[in-house]
Design a protein around this ligand. Structure first.
Ligand code: F0G
Length: 434
C-alpha cells in the first residue's frame, strides 16, 4: 500500500516520499503527516481480524499498536518492528471520579499501563520502526521526561543509540531514572523545553541524528491507535467526549487524526468531541482557542506548572491540534495547580492513580461540567497519560501537606492521607486504629 508524507498546511499539501528524512515541509515549513492514498477498509473484516489477533502470540498481534497495522501501513516490511508489547491498556470504570466531577459515567483509558508507563510507547514503537527502516543509528529527543524514558527503552531494544535532552531540574526523578537505566546518553540543559527543542533540531540536522519528538509524523501514527483500541474496547460505539491533557499537542493531533480516519473508513459512525485540558501556568493553546485570531499562537515565555510533563509554552503541533479541536467540535480548558492536585488524589482513591499531568483531565471535566459544557449524563472517557509512580515526590508532598505551587503559594492538601509514625507497641497501635 502506498504511503506518503504530506504537508499538513491546506494551502500547500506538498507530497514527499515516505522515506524522506524531514520533519517540516521543505517548501512552506508546515507540519507533516502520513497519508495512505487509495486505502480502503472492509470495516467488518478488519474488526474481526483485530479481535482474532488478540488470541495470537505473534509479536505484532500482541502489540496494542501493530495489531491495528491496517490503520498505520507506512512500512514495506514489518519484520524489523521492535515491540515491547505497548498499548493493550485498560479502560477502567471510575464511578467515584465521576461523582467528583458531577457526571454519571466516566471511564479512564489508562496509558500508564504501557511498558515504560506512558502513552509515548504507542508512538515510539512506530518512530523507532521508521528509524530502523531509514538505517539511522542514533535517535534523539527533548523531553519533559516521558518521551525520553520511552525513546531510551525502544532505542536500546532496537540496538540504536539514544540521546536525550532534558530541562535541568524540571523533570521528575522517576522519568530521569528510566532514561539512565535504559541506557540513554542523557544531557541536562539549562533551558526550558521549548528552547531545547530548537537546539535539538539544529543538532539532529548537523549530526545526522533521527529526531523522535512528536513533530515526527510516525510517532503520531502510533498514538492514533490509542483511539482505535479505545473504540475496539467499546465495541465501536464512540463516547460523547474524549478528554486529555495538552502539552506539546502531539497526542490531541494523533487522536483527532485517528478519529477522522476511523470515520472516513466506516469503522465508527460518529466522532466523540475532544476536550484538551492545560495547566493554567502553561496554557498557550487555551489562549489561542479563546482568541478571535487563531492564526498566531500566544506563546508563554516562562511556562510553569508542577505537572512538569505539560510544562510547555510553545507547543509545536498547535496547527494540527487546532484543526482537530475544530473538526471534532471540541473545547480547550485550563485548570489550576490546586484543581490538578485534588483531582489527582481523587483518581488515586479510585484505586487507579496517575501522574499530575494526567489528572488535569478530571479537573477539566469537573470544570466543564460546572460550566454546563459537559452534560451530567454524557458518556465521557478521560485518557490518563502517565503512571502514578512517575512522580512519587509530588504525591508524598501532597499527602504530607508540603506541596507548593511554582509561585511559592501553598496547595491545600484537601484529601491528604498522612502517614503516621507509631511506636512498636500493640496496645498503642490498637488504640490508634479503634
Ligand atoms: N501527559 C503526559 C504524562 C506527558 O508526558 C505529556 C507530554 C502530555 C500529557 C502531553 O502530551 O505533548 O502530546 O500534548 N510529554 C512530552 C514529553 C512533552 O517530553 O514526555 P502532548
Amino acid at each position: 500500500m502506498p504511503a506518503e508524507l504530506v504537508c499538513f498546511e491546506s494551502r500547500c499539501r506538498s507530497r514527499y516520499p515516505i522515506t524522506e528524512i524531514i520533519y517540516n515541509c521543505p517548501r512552506c515549513g508546515g507540519l507533516l503527516e502520513c497519508e495512505y492514498p487509495g486505502r480502503k477498509a472492509d470495516p467488518a473484516e478488519w474488526k474481526r481480524l483485530w479481535r482474532q489477533r488478540r488470541m495470537n502470540n505473534g509479536k505484532l498481534d500482541q502489540s496494542g499498536v501493530w495489531r491495528y497495522r491496517e490503520m498505520i501501513p507506512f512500512l514495506d516490511d514489518w519484520a524489523a518492528v521492535v515491540s515491547l508489547r505497548e498499548g493493550n491498556t485498560p479502560l477502567l470504570e471510575a464511578p467515584r471520579a465521576a461523582a467528583y466531577a458531577d457526571i454519571e459515567r466516566l471511564a479512564f483509558k489508562h496509558q500508564g499501563f504501557n511498558p515504560t508507563g506512558s502513552f509515548k510507547d504507542n508512538g515510539m514503537t512506530c518512530g523507532t520502526a521508521q528509524a530502523i527502516r531509514l538505517g539511522m543509528k542514533r535517535v534523539a529527543c527533548v523531553s519533559t521526561g516521558n518521551t525520553s524514558a520511552s525513546m531510551a527503552a525502544y532505542a536500546s531494544a532496537a540496538g540504536l543509540q539514544s540521546i536525550v535532552f532534558l530541562p535541568h531540574g524540571n523533570i521528575s526523578y522517576g522519568k530521569l531514572a528510566q532514561a539512565l537505566e535504559y541506557g540513554a546518553r542523557t544531557l541536562q540543559v539549562e533551558a526550558n523545553f521549548d528552547q531545547i527543542l530548537a537546539l535539538v533540531r539544529v543538532l539532529a540536522e548537523r549530526l545526522g541524528i533521527y529526531l523522535l519528538n512528536s513533530i515526527n509524523p510516525f510517532r503520531i501514527e502510533g498514538q492514533k491507535t490509542i483511539m482505535v483500541e479505545l473504540m475496539d474496547q467499546r465495541d465501536w460505539e464512540a463516547p460523547d467526549w474524549v478528554v486529555l491533557p495538552g502539552g506539546n499537542l502531539g497526542n490531541v493531533s494523533a487522536f483527532g487524526k485517528g478519529l477522522r480516519e476511523m470515520l472516513e473508513l466506516g469503522l465508527i459512525r460518529r466522532s466523540p468531541r475532544l476536550a484538551v485540558i492545560q495547566a493554567a501556568g502553561s496554557a498557550p493553546f487555551y489562549e489561542l482557542m479563546r482568541s478571535t485570531d487563531r492564526s498566531v499562537l500566544p506563546k508563554v515565555e516562562r511556562p510553569e506548572t508542577l505537572a512538569t510533563a505539560i510544562r510547555i509554552g510553545d507547543p509545536v503541533s498547535w496547527p494540527k491540534a487546532k484543526h482537530e479541536i475544530e473538526a471534532s467540535n471540541g473545547v480547550v480548558e485550563k485548570v489550576t495547580e490546586q484543581e490538578i492536585a485534588d483531582a489527582k488524589a481523587q483518581i488515586g482513591l479510585c484505586g487507579i492513580g496517575c501522574e499530575p499531568a494526567s489528572a488535569a483531565t478530571l479537573a477539566g471535566i469537573r470544570k466543564l461540567r460546572a460550566a454546563g459544557v459537559i452534560a451530567r449524563n454524557a458518556d465521557v472517557v478521560a485518557v490518563l497519560t502517565g503512571n502514578l509512580l512517575k512522580d512519587p515526590d509530588y504525591i508524598y508532598k501532597y499527602h504530607t501537606k508540603q506541596l507548593q505551587a511554582p509561585g511559592g503559594e501553598k496547595i491545600e492538601s484537601t484529601f491528604a492521607n498522612q502517614p503516621a509514625v507509631v511506636p512498636n507497641d500493640p496496645d498503642r497501635i490498637a488504640e490508634l486504629l479503634s
